[in-house]
Ligand binder design. Structure first.
Ligand code: NAP
Length: 485
């Protein structure tokens, strides 16, 4: 890996301000999804070592929470500047471990940075309130305080921004955080820890641990010193973690899976709808939680929409994300890659037609061709399951009621989209979609300023916006008595 600063590529964990290996020397090897070459190895820490990381965080908590919010803000802003200065190296590390094209990696890092600047400022605005008193001579009020040691478990599809989105509100609120990144993409997280230390984040306030997910998860859930767990990943693992945290009554945030619909109305600007689909279906090779999973298109514009989508999807250049001009990288694992064909075969067996792709890319590796399926129905797996790959299933509808029934026919409720130029249908549909987020004629939903999150099996809580810091704070009620003269 050719980096400008080789010190950003860390093959050790960062615990209590020190770079450490596993006591028994065990490691996890990390490979590049583009060619399976070895990128490096990270420690496989044991449960005792995770408990030690929690102890270090608890020890570091008191001085961190007693800093003025402005002092924490200055440190976060320095972290932001160091990330900006090192963006080329961070993008290279991300593409090597995750496979997304370099331009997308840079885009993700910039999104992550937007959370850090936002929370550097938002941490200065955690106001309490004075409450109009129901009693003579007494004044109720509230203050907001950091919750304590927090832990984050993050996925491989956004190795940097998921960490920035969790760590920056935690640190701004005055909490330490222990991060367990995905085993396939640990190096972005470790580079972030190195930059945080350079920015002046004190020892123990931001630790990154790697190892067996179940072992680390069990300790973080069962350890009563951890007061909040934030998780981004699959619904299946999210449910396990919720159950695991019951015994220690932790506060939880869960950013889980999605099955996003996009309703394209008869009056939609079809060019815009196609561009939106390209932006959110094929980004990250379709391995995105808010990526459109079902295109629900009015029968009058169906053929025009499919023709436009096929034309644009044909122009996608697949390949190694490090190569110039590549716009779609490989699938993360061979099982994720194999799952694409199984989903396409299931849909075709049940009556779907392949308008584009539908098979592995002849270039080889884990590249799957951008795929468009038509005549999709709710009986097919592509309708029911989170595809997590470059397959765009199209379903035809006649009435708005039918479109909404199709869109809401899922246990998930993360992102949804509608394309229309009619003010009435925009508002009716946005209100009726049973999702945490609705993009109207727009698909780029995330930014530091806005609350990101889902309903139903897509999770709990919101990240980003003024809401995102709430989960790292407790509200304390104080009653001042004896005020009567
Ligand atoms: P995953 O398998 O649930 O893994 C996510 C994280 O959980 C990884 O760090 C993984 O560690 C860890 N993990 C796995 N089993 C665990 C256990 N028993 N206890 C504790 N931790 C455990 O999900 P993924 O495949 O990486 O990510 C894709 C999923 O994330 C999709 O469903 C996607 O929709 C969702 N996602 C949601 C959002 C959102 O904001 N709602 C954003 C991005 C992704 P290892 O890597 O070591 O196995």
């Amino acid at each position: 890996m050719r980096l400008k600063d080789n010190n950003l590529f860390k093959q050790q964990c960062f615990v209590g301000g020190k770079w450490v290996s596993a006591a028994d020397g065990a490691v996890i090897t990390v490979t590049n999804p583009a060619d399976d070459s070895v990128v490096g190895a990270v420690p496989k820490l044991g449960r005792k070592e995770i408990a030690e990381a929690v102890d270090a965080a608890e020890k570091a908590w008191a001085p961190w929470k007693s800093l003025r919010p402005l002092q924490r803000s200055e440190i976060l802003r320095r972290w932001h500047s160091l990330i900006a200065e090192n963006i080329d190296d961070l993008a290279m590390i991300m593409t090597m471990e995750q496979g997304k094209p370099l331009a997308e990696a840079r885009g993700e890092i910039m999104l992550g940075m937007s959370y850090i600047t936002w929370y550097a400022e938002e941490g200065r605005r955690v106001y309490g309130e004075t409450i109009p008193s129901p009693w003579a001579g007494k004044q109720p009020m509230t203050i907001r305080q950091p919750i304590g040691v927090t832990a984050a478990i993050t996925p491989w599809n956004f190795p940097m921004s998921m960490i920035a989105r969790k760590a920056s509100p935690a640190l701004a609120a005055g909490c330490p955080m222990i991060i367990k990144p995905a085993s396939m993409t640990p190096f972005s997280a470790l580079a972030m820890a190195e930059l945080a230390a350079r920015a002046g984040v004190p020892a123990g306030i931001l630790s990154v641990v790697t190892g067996d997910a179940a072992v680390i998860g069990e300790e973080l859930c069962a350890n009563a010193k951890v007061r909040k767990l934030t998780f981004t990943g699959s619904t299946e693992v999210g449910k396990k973690l919720m159950a695991g945290c019951a015994s220690t009554v932790k506060k939880l945030s869960m950013e889980l899976g999605g099955n996003a619909p996009m309703i394209v109305c008869a009056d939609a600007d079809i060019k815009q709808a196609v561009a939106g689909t390209m932006g959110c279906k094929f980004r990250n090779a379709g391995q995105t939680c808010i990526c459109v999973n079902r295109l629900i298109v009015h029968e009058n514009v169906h053929d025009q929409f499919v023709a436009g989508l096929v034309e644009q999807a044909k122009a996608i250049v697949t390949g190694n994300g490090l190569e110039a001009g590549v716009t779609q990288g490989p699938m993360i694992t061979s099982s994720a890659f194999a799952a694409m064909q199984t989903l396409v075969d299931d849909a075709v067996a049940k009556g779907a037609k392949i308008a584009l792709g539908g098979k592995a890319d002849p270039k080889g590796g884990r590249l799957y061709l951008p795929t468009v399926l038509t005549d999709v129905t709710p009986e097919m797996r592509v309708f029911r399951e989170e595809i997590f790959g470059p397959i765009a299933p199209v379903i035809r509808f006649k009435t708005e009621k039918e479109a909404l029934e199709l869109a809401n026919d899922t246990e998930y409720g993360l992102a949804s989209y509608v394309y229309t130029r009619d003010l009435g249908s925009f508002y009716r549909i946005a209100e009726a979609l049973d999702y945490g987020m609705v993009g109207v004629n727009e698909v780029a939903l995330a930014a530091g300023e806005v609350p990101f999150g889902g309903v139903k099996f897509s999770g709990l809580g919101r990240e980003g916006g003024r809401q995102g810091i709430e989960d790292y704070m407790e509200t304390k009620y104080i009653l001042l008595g004896g005020l009567a003269s």
